[in-house]
Design a protein around this ligand. Structure first.
Ligand code: SF4
Ligand code: SF4
Length: 374
């Protein structure tokens, strides 16, 4: 496999920029690692990692200069492909009626840098929903079209990760143009100075074409083995597990399980779990007009099955209790999603556990139902 040294990563970024790509990747902002515009590798969270537990997230310094030495942060890539707030169209009064002015979309050519395996699976799930699902979206396919993906195999698992249980990681298997495994070898294990390099796997012809612009060598057997060990170690460190055996029918059999009442005493219906989830796709539309009544706009905004308005139909909210809203969310993720799209709606990234203010843990809720099913 090809191998890039640490400094050649900037040359890879330059090769993408020359092709008109806008680079987005992990950056350190306000005490969290979030995806934002990248100019060079200096913008990456060099030497930072994260600690995650239920309802808890902290960044802290690492002992080395790893570029991708963290798990996942609060923002997922869906922010770029399925925007949180988006104008769908405008209308101007003309005579007795209105003329609709559709939005002219000229999305940037995105290059996502540092996509994790669970996130590749999440993008594939949103592709099913927005491109090949029963109600294809008008905007998502345009944003998605030219996307170039550099994935990174995880070098450490977060405290709330459970991708191994969901068969979604930690090693990327599909859906990328290039995938990197970051290897840091301290001097005591190598001859001479510390070594910092990336073992590269090529996923597409486009990926191979970009890589040809960047100086690289072929990895030795030892270097390939070092990359394999990185992923194996991560897989052995998973913070959580989720038993998915017959999970769809488990949840279908347990609509009236008392655990839903119990979790409702803790859930704040804040919707954090749905906002951070890389696969949740619910939205609402709002129409606004100016004071003259000459101009109107329709906006789409992310919404959540945890809000009261989301299930408001004909003068009432269908899911008025906290219990019914939490049950709807979890049962959709892990059961009805399979009927709708042929796959689980959960990729085991752990974000909903980390960013739940009261630390509600989807793996623990499933375990509780499984262990106490009557
Ligand atoms: S349900 Fe939770 S763990 Fe699963 S994909 Fe969504 S945020 Fe990640
Ligand atoms: S499960 Fe947690 S994050 Fe989700 S709505 Fe309830 S309190 Fe908020």
């Amino acid at each position: 496999m090809p191998i890039l040294d640490r400094n050649s990563l900037d040359l890879l970024f330059d090769a993408l920029k020359r092709r008109g790509f806008n680079l987005v990747g992990p950056t350190l902002h306000d005490g969290a690692i979030v995806y934002d515009a990248l100019a060079s590798t200096a913008d990456l969270p060099v030497g930072w990692t994260d600690e995650q537990e239920g309802g808890r997230y902290r960044v802290k310094k690492r002992a080395d200069e790893a570029l991708f030495g963290y798990a996942v942060g609060p923002r997922s890539w869906k922010k770029f492909l399925f925007q949180p707030v988006q104008r769908l169209w405008q209308a101007r009064r003309e005579g007795e009626g209105f003329r609709i002015i559709p939005e002219e979309e000229k999305p940037p050519k995105w290059a996502f840098i540092g996509v994790r395996s669970c996130e590749l699976h999440a993008i594939a799930i949103q592709d099913k929903v927005f491109i090949s699902g029963p109600a294809p979206d008008s905007s998502y396919p345009t944003q998605r079209k030219d996307l170039f993906i550099i994935a990174v195999n995880c070098g450490q698992a977060g405290g709330t990760c459970f991708c191994v249980s969901m068969n979604t990681g930690p090693k990327a298997t599909a859906g990328y143009d290039l995938v990197l495994t970051e290897v840091l070898e301290p001097a005591r294990l190598a001859i001479g100075a510390d070594r910092h390099y990336f073992v590269v796997e090529v996923g597409t012809d486009r990926g191979a074409e970009v890589l040809r612009d960047v100086p690289h060598t072929e990895a030795t057997e030892q270097e390939n083995a070092a990359a394999e060990r990185v992923v194996e170690k991560t897989a052995s460190q998973m913070g959580r597990t989720l038993d998915t055996t017959d999970i769809k029918n488990l949840l279908y059999r347990n609509f009236e399980h008392p655990r839903w009442d119990e979790v409702a005493t803790r859930c704040l219906t804040c919707a954090n779990c749905t906002m951070v989830c890389p696969t949740c796709f619910c939205s609402t539309v709002e129409d606004v007009t100016d004071l003259t009544g000459e101009h109107a706009e329709r906006w789409r905004k992310w919404d959540s099955c945890f809000t009261m308005d989301f299930s408001y139909i004909h003068g009432g909210t269908v899911r008025s209790s906290v219990k019914s809203r939490y049950r709807q969310w979890m049962t959709h993720k892990l059961a009805t999603w399979i009927d709708q799209f042929g796959t689980s709606g959960c990729v085991g990234c752990g974000r909903c556990i980390t960013w739940c203010p009261v630390g509600i843990d989807i793996t623990e809720e499933v375990r509780a139902i499984r262990e106490t099913e009557k």
